[in-house]
Design a protein around this ligand. Structure first.
Ligand code: ATP
Length: 393
């Protein structure tokens, strides 16, 4: 099984460095989402993998085949890959079927018989739910159907690599969720290696085997969605995939003492050096539990937003606003004085061996201090509702 490998890849557009020393190895059949803010180099990376752009420095290999190096540049039509674009890139005068047939006309498929090609087209139309629409023109299709044509065209030649550049960003929210499932199905069906560029953290977390978070042309962090979510390496990586609170305090070895109450100790065996150096502990909004009393950071509810299954609270603790996601039945009101108990996620570590130590919390009891009636709304006192300002990204 072939691995896709980027070694020390850099790219300059004039004086702009779009990619800076990218080193990345992508396994066969792996689904990698490349995530990052506008201008961080995602599309440049994809164009280099696709052969549309020759990197200024570095090497791209697929198995034993060198795709790009200072001496070699394999053009796009000779690479074993398919591409899906944000804009769908369909020709208005060509029917759905003609689009799907098109890649099989390339010189790479000279040895394939007409019968085999016809079968591949039928199979692909079937797999993407386009059989009944095969004689339509793009102008006669919905947005989701057009994107399916673009997917069908990319997979018909069974490429080993699928490159996708924000394929769902032109679709509305509901359709995007539906198409996520279709892309996952296509991944299972084809077993292709997928490199998927997106701005959308939810999309990346939901679908990918691995996230590559980019910033200023560099890889900020690469890891499984769980690793990046639970163990972000930098504040940027933490804040980019979701909301994150940064609790201030001091570190002694793997123990973190909260600044405002040093008797509150968190275990930070899995917290990165970057956070240790900054004297903070990253806490996801659902790793805090709001309690009426008990061992926790003292605070006051500043704002509350009902979100169906959960309530999003902003809790002010000595001038810092923390975001907390609580179950919908945990009903507090702006102004209530509360405790924020750090619960983390206690798990047995069987899934990836990373978490056993990470979220054991010293400042228990967490559940044991729950008493009957604790969740009942407390009387409103003091501060009015506020919007979050600090302590979160
Ligand atoms: P977006 O999410 O907005 O599409 P991106 O992460 O894909 O952004 P790139 O398109 O790869 O970012 O651009 C990376 C950097 O290279 C940016 O600073 C961009 O302005 C610059 N750049 C990209 N293409 C060119 C070009 N053809 N000429 C000059 N600069 C370019």
């Amino acid at each position: 099984m072939k691995r896709l490998k980027l070694e020390r890849v850099s790219h300059w557009f004039g004086r702009t460095r779009a990619l800076d020393d990218i080193r990345l190895e992508i396994g066969a059949s792996e689904f990698v989402a490349v995530l990052g803010p506008s201008g961080c180099g995602k599309t440049t990376l994809l164009r280099i993998l696709g052969g549309f752009l020759r990197p200024t420095e570095g090497t791209v290999t697929f198995g034993d085949d060198v795709y790009s190096s200072p001496l070699v540049h394999v053009p796009v039509e000779r690479r074993d890959l398919g591409m899906v674009f944000q804009s769908f890139a369909l020709w208005p005068h060509m029917t759905v079927r003609r689009h799907v047939e098109f890649p099989l006309k390339s010189p790479r498929h000279k040895g394939t018989s007409e019968r085999e090609k016809r079968e591949a087209v039928e199979r692909t139309l079937e797999a993407t739910g386009l059989t009944s629409l095969q004689h339509r023109l793009p102008g006669e299709l919905s947005g989701g159907q057009r994107q399916r044509v673009s997917l069908a065209r990319a997979i018909v030649s069974k490429p080993s690599i699928l490159l996708m550049d924000e394929p769902l960003s032109a679709l509305d929210q509901e359709l995007r969720i539906e198409m996520r499932r279709e892309i996952q199905d296509i991944h299972r069906l084809t077993g292709a290696t997928i490199v998927y560029v997106t701005h959308d953290q939810g999309e990346a977390l939901a679908m990918a085997d691995r996230l590559v978070i980019m910033k200023n042309g560099r890889v900020e962090q690469a890891g499984t969605p769980r690793e990046v979510y639970l163990h972000p390496r930098t504040p940027f990586a933490a804040g980019f995939v979701s909301k994150c609170n940064f609790v201030k305090g001091s570190w002694t070895g793997d123990r973190f003492a909260v600044q405002e109450d040093p008797s509150l100790l968190f275990d930070g065996a899995a917290v990165s050096e970057v956070f240790r150096g900054m004297g903070v502990y990253p806490v996801r909004p659902e790793q805090f539990r709001i309690a009426a009393r008990g061992r926790g950071l003292e605070g006051r509810i500043a704002n509350k937003q009902y979100n169906g299954r959960e309530i999003h609270y902003a809790v002010r603790c000595q001038g810092t606003i923390f975001t907390v996601y609580a179950d919908a039945f945990e009903d507090y009101r702006p102004g209530n004085s509360v405790r924020l108990v750090f619960e983390g996620t206690v798990r047995d570590g069987r899934e990836d061996g990373l978490d056993r130590e990470a979220f054991m919390v010293y400042n228990r009891p967490a559940h044991t201090d729950r008493i009957a009636g604790e969740r009942a709304p407390l009387p409103v006192s003091g501060e009015a509702a506020e919007t979050p300002r600090h302590g979160e990204q």
